[in-house]
Design a protein around this ligand. Structure first.
Ligand code: ATP
Ligand code: MG
Length: 343
């Protein structure tokens, strides 16, 4: 169903993004691509592209969502890799036993070269990790560098926190484990108003529901082409009257977007209030560097050094809360904008 809220798995439920899917499946099935990175803001369909593409490519794969790991560590990641290896179809019984043995930590009963790497080399799966930036600095970077260099496993990584993802990939850091490894990149973008309208039309047609044009128009404006928010509205409108559904989508979405921002703020220590003041200014209008700095200094009634200010802005961009385009800083998520404006 087009308005199902889980990440999509099947092409028939996956609206638009034909080019992205074609490119992704192409990279997954050719022999020359070693690593693929899927980027995009929150709720632009990265996990859906990942699942639909992996299924369509028809190659053995393991898929790990970092948000499901018991702890954010290399150890926990590797034990998840082992666990997922068991889900690959058609694994011979003898290999399955080895996986289970390794999983249980009874390595002692195997010849010492029969480790995780041997298994990966034998099974040669695509290793896909969703929201990989969460593992930044855990040593999982070295796991991938070793997988890249010593196996023929393809690696697929997604992330919504652009700068943190770049740090994971070791961009501009010659000492980082993954520095210099070549990868193909796919960017998930927001939908145009025409495409958003088509998505809603198709979804409501599929559900045999008639929705007034006026509500569709408001949804296009308020949800601004973010496929996740649009799917949420569509889903709610299946059981609520359309007006209430749009209101509910907006209130739920603003809460969710703001709580994600609060998680970021919680790690900012004493600079928390500066970040909040800064992002509120950007929420009120797209703004250039000098105007933004001046407005922040007026708001805080203190001066801020250029490097410090740049540091704040870069963190907001690294985590995907702020975009810089045409010399202006803006908040791409309409519901985060709304949450900040109504504070
Ligand atoms: N192409 C699509 N067609 C229909 N629904 C979609 C599509 N892409 C995403 N969705 C829906 O939008 C929501 C968000 O999708 P998904 O989880 O794939 O995005 P994401 O970018 O991985 O989000 P997050 O940043 O939260 O991880 C889900 O409800 C999903 O079903
Ligand atoms: Mg996702």
């Amino acid at each position: 169903m087009l308005f199902d809220l889980k990440p999509k798995e099947n092409v028939k439920d996956f609206f638009n993004y034909v080019e992205e899917l074609r490119a992704f499946v192409g990279y997954l099935t050719n022999s020359s691509t070693r690593m693929i990175v899927v980027r995009g803001l929150r709720r632009t369909g990265k996990s859906s592209l990942l699942r639909v593409g992996l299924k369509k490519a028809g190659k053995p794969f393991i898929l790990i969502d970092t948000r499901e790991l018991r702890s954010i560590s290399r150890k926990s990641f590797e034990s998840k890799v082992l666990e997922e290896l068991k889900s690959i179809k058609g694994i011979p019984e003898s290999l399955m036993e080895k996986i289970e043995g390794l999983e249980a930590g009874i390595r002692i009963s195997f010849r010492k070269d029969e480790n995780l790497w041997k298994l990966l080399k034998k099974l040669n799966p695509i290793i896909a990790v969703d929201e990989v930036q969460m593992l930044n600095g855990t040593g999982v970077e070295s796991f991938f560098a070793a997988a890249y260099d010593n196996t023929t496993c393809k690696i697929v990584l997604t992330g919504s926190e652009i700068g943190v993802l770049d740090a994971f990939l070791g961009k501009d850091d010659t000492k980082a484990p993954l520095f210099g490894r070549v990868y193909e990149e796919i960017k998930m973008h927001t939908l145009t108003p025409e495409k958003t309208s088509e998505f809603l039309d198709m979804g409501f047609k599929e559900a045999k529901k008639d929705i007034p044009k006026e509500i569709i128009g408001r949804a296009l404006e308020e949800l601004d082409g973010i496929v996740g928010w649009t799917a949420m509205f569509g889903n709610l409108a299946l059981s609520l009257d359309p007006n209430t559904a749009l209101k509910r989508a907006v209130t739920t979405g603003t809460k969710l977007a703001y709580s994600e921002f609060e998680t970021f703020l919680a790690t900012r220590g004493t600079a928390k209030n500066r970040y909040l003041a800064l992002i509120r200014i950007i929420a009120s209008k797209a703004i250039g560097w000098s105007d933004l700095k001046r407005s922040l200094e007026i708001e805080l009634k203190e001066s801020i050094s250029d490097p410090q200010f740049t540091n704040y802005i870069h963190s907001l961009m690294d985590y995907g809360f702020v975009l810089h385009a045409d010399n202006l800083y803006s908040i791409p998520d309409p519901l985060l904008r709304m949450a900040l404006a109504s504070q």
